[in-house]
Design a protein around this ligand. Structure first.
Ligand SMILES: Nc1nc2c(ncn2[C@@H]2O[C@H](COP(=O)(O)OP(=O)(O)O)[C@@H](O)[C@H]2O)c(=O)[nH]1
Ligand SMILES: [Mg+2]
Length: 380
């Protein structure tokens, strides 16, 4: 799973990217083999079961800080969005290529209205920029669908194959399946832009990070916009970065919601910290940056976290590491899906599973809930 940060130049993508990937989870089993220049590792945070079970955990693929489990997520800084990117403007083609890999997008939007739609200083229209981004993606998907549509429709008719099946093959790189396409086909005709828009809503859900909320004009603009846009979170990437850096230097202890001053801060630093506390943390509850990523993964992508164990009594693996791994799965996943996510050999030899909380035996097609602790029983 990969989440992309998109937005026009100067909206704050790199700042947000840096804030989200700064000194993040230190992990023994590094799960991502290749990291490109614009890729980084961030994490989503969720309450760890160690608190409720009153055990001390030893995480391997994730980290537990103050009872919160931080699970790594790959993040992509997708640069190059300008109007007409789908026609190759700016770094349009690169931009769209990067988009293909993303499961969801965070649209970093400068709501201060101080940058125009090209990222230059001037009068910007944040609402219009939301539309520009959606349109660019819609036109890009539209272009892919139209490419062979005539031929695909003729083949579907001649072979009596459902159109969605043939389209699914063409669009597999976009992360849409046959069912998704059927859903879109039920609403719109495939030759329309509206059809592409339906596919975009399914395959690239977008959360809007209303960034630069520390600027007074941004707060005014946000109030005007927030009811008209479904998924919008007020953010201050600059503040998040400043807090994380101060935490790293040992000046403050920052827990994502509030901070405590620990070290020697000079007058200027103190004023900056006070400003963030009063105008961001107390007003909005957080800088919004981590919330964007958490909501993207758990709300829009409908993911849950499950903990596989080998010893259901000690909630541990063979080496007695308690709650070693946190696995992110789709909401309707089964114990078999969990087995597959661990190892194909385990899935092949799987007999059943045990719910470690209740110690009850469960089947291969048992649907998992978020926070489940599961032992897979398999023939090795
Ligand atoms: N006031 C304010 N400025 C920000 C915020 N986030 C980013 N910026 C500034 O906006 C400018 C562009 O940021 P950058 O991350 O390079 O944008 P990018 O082009 O989208 O990658 C920089 O001067 C940042 O310091 C924020 O939350 N508040
Ligand atoms: Mg940048």
């Amino acid at each position: 799973m990969l989440v992309g940060l998109v937005g026009i130049p100067s909206s704050g993508k790199s700042t947000m990217f840096k804030a989200l990937t700064l000194k993040d989870v230190a992990i023994a089993d590094y799960p991502f083999t290749t990291i490109k220049a614009n890729e980084g590792v961030s994490s989503v945070a969720i309450e760890c079961p160690c608190k409720e079970l009153n055990v001390k955990c030893n995480p391997k693929n994730s980290e537990c800080r103050d009872g919160m489990r931080h699970i790594p997520i790959k993040l992509l800084d997708v640069a190059g969005l300008v109007k007409d990117a789908h026609k190759g403007r700016g770094r349009g083609n690169e931009f769209l290529d990067d988009l293909r890999q993303a499961s969801a997008l965070i649209h970093v939007l400068d709501v201060s209205g101080k940058t125009d739609s090209e990222g230059k200083l001037g009068i910007g229209n944040p609402e219009e920029n939301v539309k520009i981004l959606e349109n660019e993606i819609d036109y890009w998907i539209f272009g892919i669908v139209q490419k062979n549509l005539g031929k695909i429709e003729r083949t579907a008719a001649a072979e009596k194959t459902p159109l969605q099946r043939l389209l699914a093959e063409q669009l597999s790189g976009l992360g849409v399946n046959e069912n998704d396409i059927k859903t879109a086909l039920d609403k719109e005709k495939p030759e329309t832009l509206e059809f592409a828009r339906e596919l975009r809503k399914i395959s690239k859900p977008i959360i809007v990070a209303a960034n630069k909320i520390d600027i007074p004009e941004a707060q005014k603009n946000f109030e005007k916009m927030k009811d008209g846009i479904e998924n919008i979170v007020p953010c201050s990437a600059d503040s998040e970065l400043a807090l994380k850096e101060a935490d790293e230097k040992g000046l403050i202890k920052y827990d994502g919601k509030d901070f405590e001053i620990l070290g020697q801060v000079d007058e200027k630093q103190n004023a900056a910290l006070e400003f963030i506390k009063k105008n961001i943390l107390e007003k909005y509850g957080s800088t919004g940056v981590q919330e964007c990523l958490n909501r993207t993964v758990f709300e829009f992508l409908n993911m849950i976290v499950v903990y596989p164990v080998e010893n259901e009594n000690r909630y541990s693996d063979k080496k007695d590491n308690v709650l070693p791994d946190a696995i992110i799965l789709k909401k309707d996943s089964t114990t078999m899906d969990l087995a597959k996510a661990i190892h194909s050999d385990i899935a092949e030899g799987m007999i059943g599973a045990i719910d470690a909380r209740t110690k009850m035996k469960i089947g291969k097609d048992h649907e998992l809930k978020g926070g489940d602790i599961i032992k897979i029983i398999f023939k090795g």
